[in-house]
Design a protein around this ligand. Sequence first.
Ligand code: UTP
Length: 787
Amino acid sequence: MEVKKAGMAESMLDDVESLPRGGFRCRLCHVTVANKPSLDDHLRGKKHQRLESLRSVRQTQELRSVFVSGFRKGTPASELSDYFQTYGEVINVVMDKDKGVYAIVELQDKEVLEKVLAQPQHSLGGQKLRVKPREKKDFKYTQPRKQGSAKREQLSPKKLAQELCQADDVDAQMSLLVQQFEFSEGERRLRDLLVTLFQEVFLEFFPGSAILPFGSSVNGFDVSGCDLDLFLDLEKTKKFQASAKSPIEPLDGVSPEVDSHSEDSILSDIDLASASVPEVLELVATVLRKCVPGVHHVQVVPNARCPVVKFCHKESGLRGDISIDNKLALRNTCFLQLCTEADERVRPLVYAVRHWAKQQVLAGNPFGGGPLLNNYALTLLVLFFLQTRSPPVLPTVARLKELSEDEEQTVVDGWDCGFPKDSAQLEPSCNTENLCTLLAEFFRVFGDYDFVGCVISLREGQPLPVPSILVSEASSKLKLGPLNLQDPFELSHNVAANVNEKTALRFRRCCQAAAKYCRSLQYQRKSSKGKIWGLVRLFQPGTAETEAPAATGLVIGLPLTPALLPAQTREQLCQAGDLHWRWFQRVCSGITFVLKDVLRCSCLKVREGLEREQGEAAERQQGEQQREATAEQPLSAGRKRSLDEEEAAGSSSPSPKRLRTDPSFPEEESMAWDCAVWHKVWLGRRRVRRQLCGPQPDPQCPSGSLELEAKVSEAISWQDGEARPADPLLQFTIHAQAGADASGGLDTRISLRFEPAPEHAAAFQEFFHFLQGFLPRAVEQRLVSEA
Ligand code: UTP
């Protein structure tokens, strides 16, 4: 419905669209207003006026510019400018920086432009130039981001945690998360420019084609650095090609400006209508490789569910995909956009869940394929959750269809994709739950979900039992698996079909652990002592491993028994009583010896840290509530967990002998240390060992001895410049736990669970790998030599 009112300029009329219930929308500024007086205010206002004049400047620039190609690579802008000066004044020449094969030449006015275009042939330096008018594009206004985000630098995980901890509550943390992750103005502009560039180039080779972004770049869930998904629509090009072959047929809206039979037309190589998808993608890849400035690592992936050409933009490092057979993705992108506009809680919630899932290695599949949930599937899961709240936060897809107008009824590839264009057409939600609650509930709901027995349907907004859903023809083609999430439009597609049983199980387990944590005060309330709280703990990697500490994660088992001690020492141990505990103590002292004296790590028993902290008066005044909450929180979500627990216990802290560091272990002997590594003592040990031993082995320091190993570490740290750097390379906590056999009797094996500081999680892997081989042998040696 268009508004036609006397006195309004033509462009204004085009900009304004009337909405149901008397509202209006300004397409230029993306502003929706409730009534006519507000519309008039808006149209007279600064924003609208500024954008109108910006649009008119851009349009005039466009109207007097030409797109030039065919010149020698490396031709300077000045040479092009000189050439076109012969027709009239040249205002500006914009060259593509990288490949130097295109330029946009802005001329003084339309008259000069017409003179240039009237010339049948242009040549420069012996090269034939191709000179075309610029494509006319709709002026698009990109909304400025919230204050502060324009110049935002991406924060390190440590800084992000600090920032989040300073927020007032979980809702504020979630909003902050969005601000930190969403595109900066610069990144958005870069993507817009890239899309424009692709459009210019593809139009050159595929007349009538359109390049359309979809996915996270435009669906409202943009995360800085996410890939750029593009759809190359060749429908019009196909029509154009067909009509060019039979010149008698009318060209029904398709511009015949390029002759597809001419020698230099890429279209003369291929018949788009009959070519296979991989063949067309090869052609697209050729255009990308040869003609799109700044693009490299171009690769056709023909066998994916949706075949694509992958590419990378050299300067920005941005990665992207181009597909040619993916119209449904454009539609589901609009659907996701609509959901973000329908309720302001959608974005923060999705960002929080996506970041949590990334940290727990549940979603993302960074290299494509893989058994993890893709981000689209995870986003749908959050939307489904919001549909199922009572009252719902989002309407079901079936309800959206009912709300849509006739012209919005769209069918794509045979699937019903009808939903309103504008969120103003939706009924506002009556749900008043805050973000903190919604996130906790998300984990609770999916921690206990029957993923196998039902299909999650966003169309119906409810789980559909597996046997009954198979009755419908479309759904009967669903590839069922351990997690069944039906695409809201392509009903035969399970978007989580790639998820394997292990990932589905881990997903549930991680949700359970997160739900448990969300019940604690650490989640709900800001720490008054500057400790990590709320989302920060939730985002620490490996939360689910608390459920089965020895089965997965960073665990090293020490399969040691007192049998390795001389008989006399063993007897002494037995006589002293409490063999289990004494053995555990002995092994722990072996562990600290190896870490401190052999590997030159800092190693502070968590108990010691606790005693120091307990000395502080503030620490002693912990409220009863805090204690209860701490006792309830899930374990191993934070490096300082054991300290927190002890604090919560206050004056009734356990005796040092029976310190219980980690209640996820059964009530047994356990101990924990906060450690730091200062030098890369795990690298190049063999070489240093060889240098130290020389041709004549030192009898005082035999090869393989701990003395030699200590010297190796020392030599490595000297190489690094002996003095301790200001910050450690790695920080981590070790939780040692004695085992118990099935009957609860003595089991002398000890397991060590490592918990790296979140910011060191990736780098820690290398050190951990070294420890897996080194530590058990070294501790055993220490026990034997000490006895
Ligand atoms: P992604 O899973 O990459 O989602 O799918 P994303 O939101 O872009 O997240 P990033 O890029 O990983 O951060 C990209 C798009 O592909 C379409 C959807 O439009 C999705 O937004 N898609 C993906 C489907 O249509 N079906 C699928 O099964 C998967």
